[in-house]
Design a protein around this ligand. Structure first.
Ligand SMILES: [Mn+2]
Length: 252
């Protein structure tokens, strides 16, 4: 039994299809966990819906963990329910809603968002999957749900994973787009894995197989987003597997 954790999709349906095809070829029985941020930003949120439902219809396991953009989209849908016109809503969410509606997938998408919102952290044997991160001084249990979903180092700040001592086991997260998947190790064992490789920004879509300590990746089909640039991160700790690494950051 293998477990594959897939990074932030952001509506990149084609890339999810490619990655699942590869995963099934190698690990037909893999349990799949999506780390959140399912629909907004990318061009094919409706395909993400279909791929999740098809995967499950074939009797395969796929679990959803809540991302900040999933909560945002749910909130915008509530505003729309309350009568706000689409034009008055934030652009990314309005586009996703329009695409889902046009494909008649909005109801199904909302059901999936509500499901994701129920799962802030998914725990396994020696590992946990969450979207954002953990406050190192507090640990997993005492970190608020909000931080578990939203925690992210801004450019110039020290990432939380540099201070994480591994006491809550392996943490697999997304939310922080990096050019390469990140593995932070202690004593040779992975302690933090970040699978967000900026698929929606022209990077790649990454899956991490927990048992094999291995990545599966497919290239993004999206153009490199304007306003995003790669910058070296000088703060990679010595015990990280590779560093310094580059990350996407939005120019302010
Ligand atoms: Mn996110």
């Amino acid at each position: 039994m293998s477990t594959l954790v897939i990074g932030d999709l952001h509506g990149c349906g084609d890339e999810l299809g490619d990655l699942l095809t590869r995963a099934r070829r190698e690990r037909a029985d893999a349990r799949v966990i999506l780390v959140g941020d399912l629909f907004t930003k990318g061009p094919k949120p409706e395909l993400v819906v279909d791929l999740i439902l098809d995967h499950r219809a074939q009797g395969r396991r796929m679990q959803l963990v809540c991302g900040n953009h999933d909560l945002r989209l749910l909130e915008v849908l509530r505003r729309r329910d309350a009568g706000a016109p689409l034009d008055a809503l934030p652009v990314s969410e309005a586009i996703a809603i329009r695409l889902l509606q046009r494909a008649d997938r909005l109801v199904a998408a909302r059901r999936l968002l509500n499901e994701a919102a129920q799962c802030v952290c998914l725990r396994g044997n020696g590992w946990s999957v969450l979207h954002g991160g953990v406050i190192p001084e507090l640990g997993l249990d005492a970190t608020s749900d909000h931080d578990k979903i939203h925690l992210k180092a801004e450019p110039g700040e020290t990432p939380w994973w540099e201070q994480y001592d591994g006491s809550d086991g392996l943490l697999i997260v997304g939310h922080k787009p990096l050019h390469e998947p990140l593995v932070v190790r202690r004593n040779g064992r992975p302690m933090v894995v970040n699978v967000d490789t900026g698929c929606a920004y022209g990077g790649s879509l990454t899956g991490y197989c927990i048992e094999d300590e291995r990545f599966l990746q497919v290239a993004s089909q999206q153009p490199e987003r304007e306003g995003f640039t790669s910058e070296a991160v000088a703060t990679a700790p010595q015990w990280a597997s590779a560093g310094p690494f580059r990350m996407f950051s939005q120019r302010s």
